[in-house]
Write a protein that binds this ligand. Sequence first.
Ligand code: ATP
Length: 248
Amino acid sequence: NFISAVVPPDEIGVKFDDIGALEDVKKTLNELVTLPMRRPELFSHGNLLRPCKGILLFGPPGTGKTLLAKALATEAGANFISITGSTITSKWFGDAEKLTKALFSFASRLAPVIIFVDEVDSLLGARGGAFEHEATRRMRNEFMAAWDGLRSKDSQKILILGATNRPFDLDDAVIRRLPRRIYVDLPDAKNRMKILKILLSQEILGSGFKFEELADATEGYSGSDLKNLCIAAAYRPVQELLEEEEKV
Ligand code: ATP
């Protein structure tokens, strides 16, 4: 579907404490989003303090951008709407106007709400010159028009949170509408250790296991890579047991 998920804040099941590392990112998101959504009265006077309408999370794949978006909705007490750029294929493009209008009016009714646009470059990528499909262009323009058209009352409680691994593919007009851009980096050894502690918190570990050694040995791994490694390791004893059973 056009919308891949709609989840109320108490059913999201991820909070900032479940995310290892990325402390600065969590702090920035709390200031930009959690506080204005939880305490809108603090932002309703004067012109300088305005809640942010658009944020871009960018960085290598598997670094926790989706996880951050979900946890942010929990922290901010906001409903979570998720759409994925690449799943919005040409079959939707004919209905670009209808779909974007429906999305934004739905969001207004659900406010406070975070609309998470994963792979935002696919939906709102750069103007592709002569090769760009007319329908792609229309979709992007409709989306931006609906976004601009949010009444100011609503716009304080609706946040567009985009995520991408390819920030340079984004259209300038889209970049301007995502004034806060936050880099979500690969973890260093100290942060890999924090992520591993969260991933392995419920597991029985071998007696010789040392978090520090594994963190040092996994240079270049993303949070997602670490998770896959832990799943593979957890599967080993199961596999060994099955092999033993086969021998009998
Ligand atoms: P992509 O760009 O590929 O969509 P992403 O940046 O959105 O990736 P996620 O989908 O959030 O990354 O991460 C994939 C999985 O990796 C998460 O569901 C989580 O289990 C694990 N993970 C990633 N980063 C962290 C982290 N900092 N702490 C704990 N788990 C993490």
